[in-house]
Design a protein around this ligand. Sequence first.
Ligand code: B12
Length: 270
Amino acid sequence: MGIEPVFRVHKCWLSSSLFQLSSRDSEMKAAGSNDGVHTLYFRRERLEECCEASEMCADLITDIATTIGELQDSGRVKELVSTLLSKGVPPLEIVEKGLRRGLDVVGRRYEKGEYFLSELLFAGVLVGDALEILEPCLRQRKVEKEGVMVIGTVRGDLHDIGKNIFKMLAQASGFEVHDLGVDVDPEAFVKELRETKAGILGLSALLSTSKPEVKVVVDRLNQAGLRRKVRILLGGNAVTKDFAEEVGADGAALNAVEGLKMCRKWVVRK
Ligand code: B12
C-alpha cells in the first residue's frame, strides 16, 4: 500500500487534532503549506483509525475527567491513559478533554468548599502520574531548531502543570526552552532573556493575585530595554486576551496548542 496525498485540511485542524498524530506517524511523508492549508501524505487507513479512535473513546476520556474530579486512585487514571494511547487517541486530546476537565471539576469543588487544599494537592499528583505516561508521546518529534524561549510561572504562583505541558510541546516542535520554574522573580526573567537572547517570553499565571505580577514583568522588560526584542505570551487560567492587551503583552493563549501556534507565527515573521 503506497503513501498518497489523502486530503487537504486547515492548519488549525492540523495542529489541534493531528499535531500528535502527524508527529508520531512514521508513515507520514510530508506536509506542505499553502495559504494556511496543508496537504497530508500518509496512509489513509492510519488517519481514519485515529479519527475514529477519538470518537469511540469519548466515554473513556470522560471517565478520566470523572476519576480525577472524584479523586479516585492514580492506578485507574494511569490505566485509562494507557488504554486510550493504545487505541490511538492523540495525547493532547487526553490532556485537554480528560486531565484538564478533571482538574476543572476539582477547582470548582474547591471553590464551593467541598474540597480543600489537600484535595488540590492530590489532584495535582494524579495528573502528574498521568503525565509521566503521556510525556514520551508529547515529546516525540525531532525537528530543526525553531527559536529560543524563556518560560516560567510568575512570582507568588506555584502552579506548573499547564506550563510544563506547553514546554513539552514547544520542545517537541523544535524550540530551545529555558524554564525558570515557578515563583519566578521578575529580575530572573530579565537576566535569562539577556543571557540566552531568547525572542519569546512565556509567562504562566493561574491565580488572580498573579495578574499584577505579570504587569511587573512586562514593565521590567520595558525598563531593561528588552521589550522590543522579546514577544511576551501569557498562559494559565488567570489571563485573557483582553488582559494581555491591557498590560502590553503580545498575546494570551487559551491552551498549549494555541500558544505554540502563536510562537511559530512569530518566529516565521521575524
Ligand atoms: C492543581 C491545582 C493546584 C496545585 C498545583 C500543583 C502544580 N504542580 O501545579 C496546588 C495544590 C499546589 C495548588 C495550590 C493553590 N491553589 Co490551585 N489549583 C489547582 C487546579 C485544581 C488545577 C490547575 C491545573 O493544573 N490545571 C490544568 C492545566 C493543564 O491547565 P492550565 O494550568 O490552565 O494550563 C493550560 C493552559 O492554561 C496553558 N498554559 C498554562 N500555562 C501556560 C504558559 C504559557 C506560556 C502558555 C503558552 C500556555 C500555558 O496550557 C495548558 C494546557 O493547555 C486549579 C483549578 C483549575 N481548574 O485550574 C486550582 C486553582 C488555580 N488554585 C486555586 C487556589 C486558590 C490555590 C491556593 C491559593 C489554595 C490555598 N488555599 O493555598 C494555592 C496557591 C499556591 C500558590 N502560591 O500558587 C484557585 C485560584 C483562584 C484564583 N482565581 O485565584 C483555582 C482556580 C481553584 C479554584 N477554582 O478556586 N493548586
